[in-house]
Ligand binder design. Structure first.
Ligand SMILES: Cc1cc2nc3c(=O)[nH]c(=O)nc-3n(C[C@H](O)[C@H](O)[C@H](O)COP(=O)(O)OP(=O)(O)OC[C@H]3O[C@@H](n4cnc5c(N)ncnc54)[C@H](O)[C@@H]3O)c2cc1C
Length: 580
């Protein structure tokens, strides 16, 4: 006998659905959670290149080891032809030379917490869905949600393809681009960007990897053309995803069939063509468009939107799955807190809605920045100028940096500041590749740091850990937030006690000594604090100054990343561990 009544019904068994289900079961194994998935897994899905924050979520779900055992390539970074020059440049999550050639399968520790995976979604999504099942979710594949039944803003049931109805206390829409529940509840979407692109992609067998780094590590290839760009993502020893992104208007004007446009692009690209000279396509050419949007709201009386149903920016950031995993996690925590009546239900719902919508909007802003600042788009000058104009940018690339920060670099939930799954160091480094003058570290050479909380109101924000939401005070001024926890809390207390660099240095060292911190821990603490201090300066929470009589802050080197022009890559550290 199939059950029809559940605590939580999740529509869609992609990364958002599996994350939400697994975490609900992990923290409250007594729940009855059903995941309704239209397809039979494994099934192909576009979106294969991850960012490092996903590792922490997989680890919390208890399935990082399963993903590692599947042997997906380790994403160490990316090689770009993008920005001010047609030269290739590399961006790496772990700096050149620091990556050790470790045997696999490895554990989620050390350097592997800083790298990401490139995943074959057919396998990856199946591992996650099977994991959710193992955690106790009822998983029903080949089960389509046909209709969402509602009374006002309340979902009352889900009508399935077989004519039966499922009811639940909470409903979560993780149905991806389909947005089954979002559409049924009449939620409008804001296509906040002018990015109206189409993607054409296929999977290839036996393409060369552009680079081999350490054991199983590589970089994805992102190659601008005058009229669009190509992604090249090895997803396993022999299978590679290769896609072409062009403006929809360009595609229409070209009068070409998608397959012709696609093959012409990849077969004539000087980087990609040699990699596929002995490869064969799987003949699964697919296209999609209209992916850039944010939903007007993500919550209702008894329902939530998570993952791509809530919104998405653009493939250029490789951040879709990061958003999907983090939204699935966030909704699970919100449901757990609602059930425990930990806080006022309205606050819990609004918090998720605000936080996640802001995240998506920041991603869209970052993607706009990428496109606008790409001098390699020789045929797309009008296109990128239009993005800039629609976004109110009216700018040269340098002013784009100022605009990029208008939504703030401080993310109240992320441990370190940044945008779109890239931390501030990475955002600055990548932006440096686009801008005439790379964004400076505002704290470099300064020695006076004045906390500026003037005009800020105090609100509550949340931290999510160990299945519980806790509340913290946070300052808010306009669109900018300053949480009073973590590194920010340390900095606020330090700066309340004195505004000089010496005072800051003394206090941090004293704290590290009393906590018996190792030199590695001290270095990690310093990196986190300095990056957070920089974000506070960028977001206007700290005013910097220089007392000429005193030494300035030494030039910051918070480098978890590195960018290197390939033609200057004479003896990169990655070569020491096997770069080809
Ligand atoms: C061109 C392109 C390139 C991208 N590249 C990247 C990338 O490199 N890196 C990255 O991180 N992200 C990328 N993304 C984004 C990424 O693909 C998505 O953000 C991610 O898959 C979202 O996960 P999800 O769980 O929300 O939805 P999905 O993974 O789409 O899962 C939704 C599931 O819901 C099921 N479903 C749908 N309707 C129903 C129904 N009625 N009943 C039951 N089940 C249903 C579907 O079968 C599907 O399995 C890309 C997106 C695009 C468009």
């Amino acid at each position: 006998m199939k059950e029809h009544s559940f605590d939580v019904a999740i529509i869609g068994g992609g990364p958002a659905g599996s994350t939400c289900g697994s975490l609900l079961m992990k923290y409250n194994p007594g729940l009855r959670v059903v995941i309704l998935e239209r397809e039979q897994f494994p099934r192909d899905h576009v979106g294969e290149s991850q960012l490092p924050p996903i590792g922490t979520v997989l680890h919390e779900m208890g399935c990082w080891d399963k993903i590692e055992r599947a042997g997906f390539p380790i994403k160490v970074g990316a090689t770009y032809r993008w920005g001010q020059t047609t030269d290739l440049w590399n961006f790496e999550f772990v700096p050149f030379g620091d990556l050790k050639a470790e045997a696999r399968p490895a554990r989620f520790e050390g350097q592997r917490t800083k790298t990401a995976f490139q995943v074959d979604r057919a396998q990856y999504d199946k591992i996650l869905l099977d994991h959710a099942k193992e955690m106790g979710c009822r998983v029903r594949e080949e089960t389509t949600v046909r209709q969402v039944q509602r009374e006002g803003d309340r979902v009352t049931g889900l009508l399935l393809g077989d004519g039966t109805t499922i009811t639940a206390r909470h409903y979560v829409d993780c149905s991806g681009h389909t947005g089954v529940l979002r559409r049924a509840m009449g939620v409008e979407v804001d296509q906040a960007s002018s990015l109206q692109n189409i993607a054409i992609w296929d999977y290839w067998q036996n393409a060369e990897w552009a680079v081999n780094i350490g054991v199983g590590g590589t970089r994805v290839q992102v190659m601008s053309l005058g009229y669009g760009w190509i992604w090249f993502i090895p997803m396993g020893p022999t299978r590679t995803s290769i896609g072409l992104v062009v403006p929809a208007s360009y595609y229409k004007q070209s009068g070409k069939r998608p397959a012709d446009l696609y093959l012409e692009a990849i077969q004539s690209d000087p980087v990609i063509a040699p990699l596929i000279s002995n490869a064969t396509s799987e003949g699964k050419l697919a296209t999609t468009k209209d992916w850039s949007f944010v939903s007007d709201r993500l919550v209702g009386e008894n329902w939530f939107l998570a993952g791509e149903s809530a919104g998405f920016a653009d493939p250029i950031l490789a951040a879709g799955m990061t958003l999907a995993h983090s939204a699935g996690r966030d909704v699970a925590y919100t449901i757990l807190a609602l059930d425990r009546r930990d806080f006022e239900p309205e606050w819990l719902r609004e918090r998720y809605d605000d936080t996640h919508r802001r995240r998506i909007q920041q991603h869209i802003r970052f993607a706009d920045f990428w496109y606008t600042a790409n001098g390699c788009f020789t045929d797309l000058k009008d296109f990128t100028a239009k993005i800039a104009e629609d976004a109110g940018l009216k700018m040269d690339p340098d002013r784009a940096w100022q605009w990029l920060g208008t939504g703030g670099f401080v993310d109240e939930e992320a441990a370190t500041p940044g945008i779109g799954g890239y931390n501030l160091t990475a955002v600055k480094e990548i932006s440096g590749a686009f801008l005439d003058v790379p964004p400076a570290w505002e704290i470099n050479d300064k020695n006076l740091f004045d906390l500026n909380l003037e005009g800020a109101e105090r609100i509550w924000i949340a931290s999510l850990a160990n299945g519980r939401i806790t509340r913290h005070r946070c300052y808010r001024r306009g669109d900018k937030l300053l949480p009073n926890n973590g590194y920010y809390h340390m900095l606020i207390s330090i700066l309340k006690g004195g505004n000089t660099f010496e005072h800051m240095q003394r206090t941090i060292e004293a704290n590290a000594r009393s906590a018996n911190a190792s030199s590695e821990q001290l270095q990690a603490l310093l990196s986190g604090l300095l990056e957070s201090l920089e974000a506070m300066v960028q977001d206007g929470w700290v005013k910097v100054g220089r007392d000429p009589a005193k030494p300035g802050m030494p030039r910051v080197f918070i480098n978890d990343h590195s960018i290197v022009q390939q033609n200057r890559e004479a003896t990169p550290g990655s070569a020491a561990v096997g770069s080809s």
